[in-house]
Structure formats: structure tokens, C-alpha cells
Design a protein around this ligand. Structure first.
Ligand code: AMP
Ligand code: GLY
Length: 401
């Protein structure tokens, strides 16, 4: 379910499974159409989706985006007997409401940024609801704060004010069956529009994995501190979380702090994480959906991966539509994976269709090699208004040496 780069990466990975006889996407995109069948059923159309699942005897639905999860699509399918990887509306509130997430963290003893009762710089202003990654304003100065409060008010909804945390950010995903967790490799994403982490927050301009200094021992400690307590708390409340629990973390000098939870695979981290997997992902998602992960583990290869997001004109607003895209096949021939994020196809011509247009991912023996290969792929692609960050994973490359 879904139509972005994350869903293309998921479809690409699941289609490789021996257990996958047929892959259907609703609504999918032109990239997914090359590996499965796309159907014009929208995420908001629960009834349509149910009929579709019956008609095609769908054995497992994997829901990509947060909005249908928060709206209860997983509940609707599950009640009708369809196996779903994705949380109930009640559990998806961990992403849908920042106030709810704070409450759960407080009960579960999970470290997070402290809530502030007055907005005074430095602080962070967050809109309490789904905003597609654009409802957070990091305010270091009074001018930032004035601007942040104005922009937040324009989005509407109650505000959460919290302390501004400093440190390295990390995304850690865990596949959950309501009780147990199977972690995926840690990743970092780049939310700011411009090189050097400048400019406004976007839905994500790139990602890479693994993250230097975050090995299996660090992952285990984070699961123990963050994911497992939250799962326990949600189960205790009678709303167990089945799906992908995404912790957005700040690694501060005084330990990890949760910035946010998401109730689904992250975009564009997924595009970097999945190509590194040695293991088949499908049986693990199916086991989680069935509520029984058992002792499942997911083997990840040593190689690194880097994803560069290509945006078009107006990447923060309405995006770009109908501009011809050239060079995707050449990028693939250079060894890169090209995931479609916002594209359309007309008479065999690929066109822009959204804010984030394509994701170019490459694997390599280390971050430096993956980075070079990803940008090599990027250079083969062109469309009017194309923009991308040139510094994705540059700092990690420098740290690894
Ligand atoms: P969120 O959607 O809550 O993850 O916030 C988006 C981005 O805003 C994060 O990836 C961080 O870069 C930044 N951010 C959110 N909360 C904080 C915080 N308390 N302190 C510093 N930066 C933050
Ligand atoms: N990578 C940020 C998100 O998926 O929300």
C-alpha cells in the first residue's frame, strides 16, 4: 500500500522472496509497475481495498504510509480477516499524536526531550498531528521562535514545546509482533533541504546505513531502552503494536533521547536499509503480522548503502508535475538502484509527479564506495528543475576515514 520510494523499495525487496507468488500494489508507481501489478485503489478507500484483497486473494498487506494507519486501515482489514503488517489506529497514535507519544514514554520510562511550559529560545515547537515531516521548528533565537510559532499556527492544531537537544541523530527501526522486536540496521536521514543541514525540514533528502559507532551492542541497548518498554506499555494498555516501530533518536552527551516515533518504515531510510539485507524480509513481516516473530533475526551484510533523493521544482510546496525525466536506465546500468518516489508515465515517457521524484541508492564495500556509486548514478539522471544534496553521508565517510 502506497506510492512512494519507500514502497518501491519494499516492493523490490518483497518481490525477491521465494514466498512471493504475486506482488500487487495499491496504487503503486511506475517503478513498482515493473516488478508487480499496480491497481488504482487509494489508501483512503478501505472498502475498495477490502474488495481488492478478496478478489486477488491477498495473503499479506504491507501498509507504507502513516495516514491510512492512523485512520484505521489496518483495523478495517484485520477485522475482515486479512493479514496486515501495520499497527491498529490505537497503536499508530504513537506517531499520530505527539502528546500521546509523550504520555506513553513517561509511563514506560523512555528518555525523551522534556516538555516546556513556556516557549522561550532555545526550544523546539511541534505541531501535534500528522504534518508530513513539516510540523517541527527548531528555534535557537527569538527570531526563529517568532517564525516557528507563525508557521506552526498556519498548520493548525495544538502545539508541543520541548527542550532543544544537541547531538547526532539516528533512525532505528524494529519489526514488532506486539511483544517481540527484530531490529533493522541503523540509518541516518537528512531532513534539511540544503547542503550543510541548512534550509527548512523536508520529508527527507537522503540516507545511509550503517552508522559509524552504532554496532550490534549499541542497537541492543537502544532496543532495551526505547523499543521494548514502549511495546510493553502499548500492550499493557490493550493496544499492542504490530508493525514497524521507528524511533527517531538524538544521541546526546547524556544518552539517547527519543525525538519522535513513527508507526511505519521511514522514508528515505528504508531505501538504504533494505538493499543491505541478506535475509528474506517477507517471512519476518508475515510472522509479525501473525503475532509470532519467535526468534526471527534479520541478517544484514557488512556493505554500506547511500540514498540520494532527487527533488523537482517547488520541493516544499506543490511539487512538480509533467516534466520529462531522462537517464534512469543509464543510472541503473551504472550499478545504482533507482526507486521511484514521485513519478508518472505517459506514452512510455517518465515524468515528474510530486515533491520527491526519484531515490538513487547504491551499495558499496564502505560508505565512501557507496556514496561514490550513488552520486555516479545521480549524474546520469536529468530533468528540468532537478535538485539534490551533494553532502549525503559525507560526514560519515569522513569519520570512517
Ligand atoms: P520529528 O518530526 O519530531 O522527528 O522532528 C523533525 C526533526 O526536527 C528531527 O529529525 C530533528 O532534526 C529535529 N528535532 C525534533 N525534535 C527536536 C529536539 N527536541 N531537539 C532538537 N532537534 C529536534
Ligand atoms: N525519514 C523520516 C520519516 O520517514 O519520517
Amino acid at each position: 500500500m502506497g506510492s512512494g520510494g519507500r514502497e518501491h523499495a519494499l516492493a523490490w525487496k518483497l518481490a525477491q522472496s521465494k514466498q512471493c507468488d504475486e506482488l500487487h500494489a495499491a496504487p503503486g508507481n511506475p517503478g513498482i509497475a515493473k516488478i508487480g501489478r499496480c491497481h488504482p485503489v487509494r489508501a483512503e478507500d478501505g472498502e475498495g481495498l477490502l474488495g481488492f484483497c478478496g478478489e486477488h486473494e491477498i495473503d499479506l498487506v504491507v501498509i507504507g504510509p502513516e495516514a491510512p494507519l492512523v485512520a484505521g486501515l489496518a483495523d478495517q482489514l484485520r477485522h475482515a480477516g486479512v493479514a496486515v503488517f501495520g499497527p491498529s489506529a490505537a497503536a499508530a497514535r504513537i506517531e499520530g499524536s505527539k502528546t500521546f507519544a509523550k504520555e506513553v514514554m513517561a509511563s514506560a520510562g523512555v528518555p525523551t526531550a522534556e516538555r516546556l511550559s513556556v516557549a522561550r529560545p532555545p526550544c523546539v515547537v511541534k505541531v501535534d498531528g500528522l504534518t508530513g515531516g513539516k510540523g517541527v521548528f527548531v528555534c535557537r533565537t527569538q527570531a526563529d521562535l517568532d517564525e516557528g510559532l507563525r508557521s506552526a499556527a498556519a498548520l493548525g492544531g495544538p502545539l508541543v514545546i520541548e527542550e532543544l537537544l544537541e547531538g547526532e541523530e539516528l533512525s532505528l527501526f524494529a519489526i514488532c509482533d506486539g511483544q517481540n522486536v527484530v531490529p533493522l540496521a541503523p540509518a541516518q536521514d537528512f531532513k534539511r533541504l540544503e547542503d550543510g543541514d541548512r534550509g527548512p525540514n523536508t520529508g527527507g533528502m537522503g540516507s545511509y546505513s550503517p552508522v559509524p559507532g552504532i554496532g550490534p551492542a549499541e542497537v541492543e541497548e537502544l532496543l532495551e531502552t526505547v523499543h521494548r518498554p514502549v511495546l510493553l506499555e502499548l500492550a499493557r494498555r490493550g493496544t499492542p503494536f504490530i508493525g514497524l516501530l521507528y524511533a527517531g533518536l538524538m544521541l546526546t552527551d547524556s544518552g539517547p533521547r527519543v525525538l519522535e516515533f513513527n508507526c511505519r518504515f521511514g522514508d528515505p531510510e528504508t531505501q538504504s536499509i533494505l538493499p543491505r539485507l541478506d535475509a528474506d524480509l517477507l517471512p519476518t513481516l508475515a510472522a509479525a503480522a501473525a503475532g509470532d516473530l519467535g526468534g526471527d533475526e534479520i541478517a544484514t551484510a557488512d556493505r554500506a548503502s547511500v540514498t540520494v533523493v532527487l527533488v523537482g521544482a517547488d520541493p516544499l510546496g506543490r511539487g512538480d508535475r509533467g516534466t520529462p525525466i531522462e537517464g534512469v536506465e543509464e543510472a541503473v546500468a551504472s550499478g545504482a538502484l533507482v526507486f521511484h518516489a514521485g513519478t508518472a508515465e505517459r506514452s512510455g515517457q517518465l515524468l515528474t509527479n510530486g515533491r520527491r521524484i526519484l531515490n538513487v541508492t547504491a551499495l558499496g564495500a564502505d560508505v565512501a564506495a557507496a556514496r561514490a556509486a550513488a552520486y555516479e548514478g545521480v549524474r546520469r539522471i536529468s530533468f528540468a528543475g532537478m535538485k539534490y544534496r551533494t553532502d549525503i553521508a559525507a560526514a560519515a565517510e569522513a569519520r570512517v576515514g
